[in-house]
Design a protein around this ligand. Structure first.
Ligand code: PLP
Length: 409
């Protein structure tokens, strides 16, 4: 059990933040002598060139779970970005970990911050944890930790006009020392944040189908956001990048006939209605081996709201030639239009045309998604959660992970 930490029974906690969707009505000016939250963005970062790299912020949030007590500790704010973790932790040796990715943004007046659909990421992290024998982080604890991490780093949430955002990285680890291949005594849940610009940008990218490598076995862990699904892709995605392909695509491992997903994002395509009474159609690749993308799910809802047909189903690779537009969907880059798909073994190169590099369907979906995310458009589906000021008792604490569990062995 970690030092100086109160055990929390999260199921018994009432949690006010979860339903606190941003209604966009900012309160009138605060009374004098009350610290205004959120603080303005720091002036040490060039907000128009944020890029996609690790930048140090005020700190992260940490909570630990003990198998013997069955309790999570109250999330604590920790300044040190480094972890004190035993080298024998299963996260380091056996890949017992999973992670998430989501975003916080400033509203157009820069005076409030919200997080986009954290409840969806909380549920997906529970799904991932089950695949690698880790305790599920209760949704209310996940939300509390994510809100706290953003609130304590609010000055690193970029200004609205920059188009940049704060990336939130929740991470769950098997963290106490363990030699045998059994679940360890202690798990650590962390939430890191950092400001980011756009990942791929809004330019179209060429895609290569990966044919000498299977990302996920048919009954494997493909739907879990575990690190073991990502590191093995690197050698292939880097080789593709050197050949000029900005993104790589996985087909289903068993038959290599259907689309699974891109290495870092979901696969969506658009078919224009060709006659007056034929609707535009959004076709989304479905497979049990893919990450259930929150971005894709949001875009599906946006397409429905616009009166498009939406089909979520298996997509045969051959069908790619029939699509008018193809896009990759993920938190980091939102939607990336795909310029071409190359499959070397069959000498196939499918090209997509976007008017003046300005894809019609993708851009409509992207502008709407970004508008909702950034608070410029109405949040019809309650996707934005308002971030409240941290409480005085949430001041920085000592790091707590791992050490006591090792001492207790
Ligand atoms: C393999 C993979 N597919 C899809 C996604 C997109 O998921 P989301 O839209 O929730 O970021 C991601 C990114 O998290 C991913 O890593």
């Amino acid at each position: 059990m970690a030092r100086n930490v109160t055990a929390y029974n999260y199921s018994a906690q009432s949690f006010a933040l979860a339903n606190n969707s941003d209604n966009f009505n900012h309160p009138s000016a605060p009374p004098p002598n009350i610290m205004v939250f959120p603080p303005p963005p720091v002036d040490t970062i060039d907000w128009n060139n944020v890029g996609f790299k690790v930048r140090e912020v005020n700190g992260h949030v940490s909570s630990t779970y003990s198998m013997s007590t069955g309790q999570w500790t109250k999330p604590q704010f920790v300044q040190d970005p480094f972890l004190r973790i035993h080298g024998m932790a299963p996260a380091l040796n056996y890949g017992q970990q999973c992670y998430e990715g989501l975003k916080a943004l400033r509203n157009p007046d820069d005076k409030s911050i919200h997080i986009f659909r954290p409840d969806a990421n909380a549920k997906r992290m529970q799904h991932s944890a089950r695949y690698v024998a880790m305790p599920e982080v209760p949704e209310e604890l996940f939300l509390e930790a994510v809100h706290l991490a953003v609130a304590k780093n609010a000055e690193f949430v970029p200004p609205h006009a920059s188009g940049a955002s704060m990336y939130i990285r929740p991470l769950l680890l098997g963290s106490s020392a363990q030699l045998g291949l059994n679940p360890p005594e202690e798990y650590t849940f962390l939430v890191y944040v950092l400001p980011v610009g756009v990942y791929h940008g809004v330019h179209t990218v060429d895609c290569l189908v990966l044919e000498n490598f299977d990302r996920a076995a048919p009954e494997g862990t493909g739907s879990a956001k575990v690190g073991g699904n990502y590191a093995p892709v690197l050698i292939h995605s880097e080789a593709a990048r050197k050949e000029g392909y900005g993104i790589t695509l996985h087909l289903d491992s068993k038959t290599r006939t259907c689309i699974d997903e891109f290495s870092t994002s979901g696969f969506l395509a658009i078919k224009y209605g060709k006659t007056a009474d034929e609707k535009t159609k959004l076709v989304v690749a479905d497979s049990k081996s893919v990450i259930k993308s929150v971005t894709s799910n949001s875009v599906q809802q946006i397409a429905k709201d616009m009166g498009w047909d939406v089909e979520v189903r298996s997509i045969a690779f051959e069908e790619c030639a029939e699509f008018d537009e193809v896009m990759a969907a993920g938190t980091a880059a939102a939607l990336v239009p795909i310029k071409s798909i190359t499959r070397k073994s069959t000498d196939t190169k499918i090209q997509y045309k976007y008017g003046d590099e300005n894809p019609e369907g993708v851009m409509t979906l992207l502008n709407t998604l970004k508008g909702i995310q950034a608070g410029r458009l109405e949040d019809k589906h309650g996707w934005r959660q308002h971030v409240a000021a941290p409480k005085p008792e949430d001041a920085a604490d000592e790091p707590t992970n791992g050490v006591d569990a090792v001492n207790a062995l």
